[in-house]
Design a protein around this ligand. Structure first.
Ligand code: MRU
Length: 364
């Protein structure tokens, strides 16, 4: 059975509470726009595509439950304006919001409900299809890059970009899955991804679940294993017009390592992660996260006396009390460190003038 971060069926929306993984597998209902804002902000659901899908589907659920006589167009526009304030860095949320708002503005008022629901549901279906194509594009880049000198690759990845960050299959983890499915994966390494540990809690969980040969390393181990690594593959929260890429904090470290060790550094992302409105990475807003995510970890999972419900969350402090903290959620890797951007339209490689996303360099 494949892991599902988002369940949307019979007009109801649920997200797998990723704060509880890997200890508990529990879905929480998203019934209102406020619920949607909260699960995104608290990172019960996270990952650029998943955030956008949940925002879009929560609007669809809201429309289905909208009271008779309420203004559907205003509901769509206002809800999405609000949801855009949940997390600032990943462009997918803004792109989905812009699309649904334009639909609501452009169609006849009597068909807003039906058209917006249809478009929101299409985002979910399209994402799964695109992820398989991204996986194929990333695999093809590697085969072409190594020109037949290698058919099995050892890949290092960062953060979580798999089924838990998307509608399924994943982007960078989708490349690893595509390699594995085709007998081209030697081994996968995933970093812990401090401070929030998306690597050790979520990516490791997916790799074990899918029986993909993999090893977890601390973020600080990356340099010392580079001689084993054939490529670093990561996802993206926002790629600007010139190819600069915002992704999980620590991605820049890995890109510098890849370039030092002459290993290709690949970004795998849907085309909707490319923000052609921004010229370069310096224009990307980087989200700051609360210091609790750095200075505390979740405590032991204790069951209540009746052993049916889990008890109150307890957090353990792992830093000296009183220390100042700095917790950016993302960093920006400049385009000159990136060998390829794999998308559902194929992969893009830079020319002397850098990346151009208008046309695909090669198709898969
Ligand atoms: O803070 P998160 O967990 O939402 O950050 C996730 C990442 O940085 C992912 O690498 C990115 O969103 C791509 S997910 C396919």
């Amino acid at each position: 059975m494949s892991l599902q971060a988002i369940i949307y069926k019979e007009d109801r929306l649920f997200v797998l509470d990723q704060l509880l993984l890997p200890h508990q597998h529990k879905y929480v209902p998203v019934e209102t726009i406020e619920d949607s804002f909260s699960v995104i902000k608290k990172m019960q659901v996270r990952g650029a595509p998943a955030i956008a899908i949940v925002a879009a589907l929560s609007v669809a659920v809201g429309l289905k439950n909208l009271e008779e006589g309420k203004d559907a167009k205003a509901f769509v526009i206002d809800s999405l304006e609000y949801l855009k304030q949940s997390r600032p860095t990943a462009v997918n949320l803004f792109e989905a919001a812009h699309h649904l708002q334009s639909v609501a503005r452009s169609v006849d008022p009597s068909s807003v409900k039906q058209k917006v629901i249809k478009e929101a549901e299409a985002i979910l279906d399209r994402d799964l299809r695109d992820n398989h194509a991204i996986g194929a594009a990333g695999r093809q880049f590697l085969l072409n890059h190594y020109k037949g000198t290698k058919s099995k690759f050892t890949i290092l990845t960062h953060c979580n970009t798999g089924s838990l960050a998307t509608s399924g299959y994943g982007t960078a983890l989708g490349v690893i899955r595509a390699l594995h499915e085709n007998g081209n994966l030697e081994h996968a390494f995933c970093t812990e991804t401090r401070p929030y540990n998306q690597g050790s809690r979520l990516t490791a969980f997916e790799l074990v679940h899918d029986r993909i040969p993999a090893t977890l390393v601390t973020d600080s181990t990356a340099a010392s294993i580079m001689s084993k690594i054939d490529a670093i593959v990561v996802g993206a929260d926002r790629v600007t017009k010139n190819g600069d890429t915002a992704n999980k904090i620590g991605t820049l470290n890995l890109a510098i390592l890849a370039n030092y060790f002459n290993v290709p550094f690949i970004v795998a992302a849907p085309f909707s992660s490319i923000d052609l409105n921004l010229e370069s990475g310096s224009q990307i807003t980087i989200e700051q996260r609360p210091s609790t995510e750095m200075i505390t970890v979740r405590g032991p999972v204790v069951k209540n006396a009746d052993a049916t419900e889990f008890g109150q969350e307890e957090r353990i402090h792992i830093a000296a009390p009183g220390i100042n903290t700095y917790c950016p959620a993302f960093d920006v890797t400049s385009a000159n460190l990136i060998a390829a951007v794999a998308t559902e339209k194929g992969y893009y490689t830079p020319t002397e003038d850098g990346f151009s996303f208008e046309v695909s360099d090669e198709s898969v």
